[in-house]
Each structure stands twice: as C-alpha cells, then as structure tokens.
Design a protein around this ligand. Structure first.
Ligand code: CU
Length: 142
C-alpha cells in the first residue's frame, strides 16, 4: 500500500486543476462593427486567465480604466504600439481603454468570473461616446 501511494502522490500534485487560458485581443483602426475598436470587445474569463493585447494596427494601446476596475485589481497601462499581456486574477468587470482614442469610444470589457454583466455597471460619469460603446458591448454580451 504505502510504496504505491508514494508513487501516485507526486503525479496527482503535478496535474493542473484548471489550466489558465491565454486570450488575444487585437487593437484595430476598423472592423465590421466600426472604427477604433478592440476585437473582440468583450471577454469572459476565469480568474488567472491572461489576455495578450496585440498591436495589429498602429497608434493604439491598452490600459485599465480607473472607473471600472474591480476592488483589489492592479491597474495596467501599455505603451502606444506595445503588445502587453495581462493576468486577470480578481473577479469582476474591467473596463479597458485606448488612451489616444478614448474620446472616440475605443474601449472593451473583460468580465472575470460567472457574475452577469448589466448596463447598471457602466458609471454615469464616463464620456457620452464611451458609455454608448460600453452599452453596445454589454447588450451583445448579455
Ligand atoms: Cu486606439
């Protein structure tokens, strides 16, 4: 009995419970839904999943929105044309923006965890174009 358990235990410890996934988000000048967009513009992740923001077109970046950052989550800010990889550990809804094109509504949403997303989670204080774009994203995501 004992020698057998001694062989199995290390193997069980090596088996990952749930493998974290790597997702990709492309930063684009235009796609079928409009101009200055992330594609996809909504991702639902499990805690520990990562997103790689790809500088597919020039002059974009990816930065967390302070108004839409779950409590305890670390803010992040990629440089212009910089591909960054972000690990999302805290559950909740994250707003992500392209700083040069924020006023044009270049934003995306990342929901970590199973909680539903609702338009009530969009802060009133955001610029009109940003709230409009976030509303469109949420309506498609619901
Ligand atoms: Cu941009």
């Amino acid at each position: 009995m004992r020698p057998m358990l001694g062989l199995l235990l290390p193997l069980l410890l090596l088996a990952p419970a749930a493998r974290a996934e790597l997702h990709e988000g492309r930063m684009l000048n235009r796609n079928a839904t409009g101009g200055m967009v992330y594609e996809p513009d909504f991702l639902r992740l499990r805690p520990g999943d990562r997103v790689r923001f790809l500088a597919t077109h020039a002059t974009h970046n990816a930065a967390s929105m302070p108004e839409m950052l779950p409590e305890g989550a670390a803010p992040f800010k990629g440089g212009i044309n910089e591909e960054i990889e972000v690990t999302f550990t805290q559950e909740g809804l994250y707003g992500i923006k392209c700083i040069p094109h924020y006023a044009m509504g270049m934003v995306m949403l990342v929901q970590v965890g199973d909680a539903p997303v609702t338009p009530a989670q969009i802060p009133q204080a955001l610029p009109e174009r940003v709230r409009q774009r976030l509303g469109e994203i949420l309506r498609r995501a619901e």
